[in-house]
Design a protein around this ligand. Sequence first.
Ligand SMILES: NC(=O)c1ccc[n+]([C@@H]2O[C@H](COP(=O)([O-])OP(=O)(O)OC[C@H]3O[C@@H](n4cnc5c(N)ncnc54)[C@H](O)[C@@H]3O)[C@@H](O)[C@H]2O)c1
Ligand SMILES: [Zn+2]
Length: 357
Amino acid sequence: MTRLDLLAYPIVIDERVAAHVAAFVRERGRPRCIVLADRNVAARGAAIARALGRQTPVLDFALGERRKTLRTLEAVLGGLARTGADRATTLVGVGGGVAGDLFGFAAAVYMRGVAFINVATSLVAMVDAAIGGKTGVDLAAGKNLAGTFRDPVAVFCDLGALGTLPERYAREGLAELVKHGIIEGGDAFEALETLAPHPLHKWPWETVIAESMRVKAMYVNDDRLEVGAREVLNLGHTFGHAIERVSGYRISHGAAVSIGLRGAGLLALRSGRFSQAEHLRVLTLLTLLRLPLINPSSDIEGLLAAMAHDKKVRAGALRFVVPRTLGDVEYGVVATPRNVRAVLQRLHTPPGAAELR
Ligand SMILES: NC(=O)c1ccc[n+]([C@@H]2O[C@H](COP(=O)([O-])OP(=O)(O)OC[C@H]3O[C@@H](n4cnc5c(N)ncnc54)[C@H](O)[C@@H]3O)[C@@H](O)[C@H]2O)c1
Ligand SMILES: [Zn+2]
């Protein structure tokens, strides 16, 4: 068991978390809980409800990105009202990033806000979504367009759940792990290089997740509302979001971020910030993790337009997060459209000798 006290709320990482959740609830002296679970991990939710005792209700919902909507939110809120949730009830949300965002949002607005415990069951949720306090749902106009900043009262990473997480969703989390590795550099990046050739079920997840959470927590702590330094966590995401969007979301977020990390490296190289040797280390790591480096779209103008939509554009200038070295990442770097176009063109082709020299 690992416990991290880096934020205003505890983070507990363990193979089984039901007993830890129950102990936390007892200590807080707010025994009335309702468990909300993603249907795919309903059994993990039921185990937590049993540990909580007192016939704790479990409400489960079919989720997934397509159901991260106001409609599902309404179903959750209706379920809470019918189950008799009141202001003193603590909601325990069990599932991946979608569950955390959606149940967290429900907790933020139900009766103007009730306490929320986030139990993360996917790699994306553990290394990224569960901490930082962002909650929300998608609108027809775009992803995560409605939501709040609201912290949970505790976060539990249910490592035992990773055993049933489909591999393609596990791979989604790897791109964010690499992102945190680049930001942190040093041993954190080297550890990923050492692990990358090994199958995922052999990885020491408790340590890997704790290290990755430490990186995110450090920035979240200093800049909760994302007005400054937290922007470094968007490394690879300005290119990534555009790639996702232009693909009509056929390219997954993790794959797009992987291509975006290559893009950030290329942009850094063009401005003399990064070394080719370190860029090569990043590309090698992504490749070992079977993450893509090439954007199938050659629609450069479409990609540029998608970036202009990105929230990180301020007053018309394209701003990027770029690495200076592994372990030193700069944000708010203004890039000329000419440089960005050149990078986008390179991203459509495999890394060539010039990029890897
Ligand atoms: N709030 C934030 O800061 C933040 C950060 C990153 C991502 N996100 C959000 O997270 C979401 C992506 O997260 P995700 O990849 O966890 O998606 P997800 O929650 O949809 O989970 C992926 C799939 O795996 C299933 N699943 C989850 N855990 C499982 C387990 N242990 N065993 C079997 N199946 C399991 C889910 O039912 C789903 O079908 C996106 O909506 C994204 O916007 C939020
Ligand atoms: Zn991301």
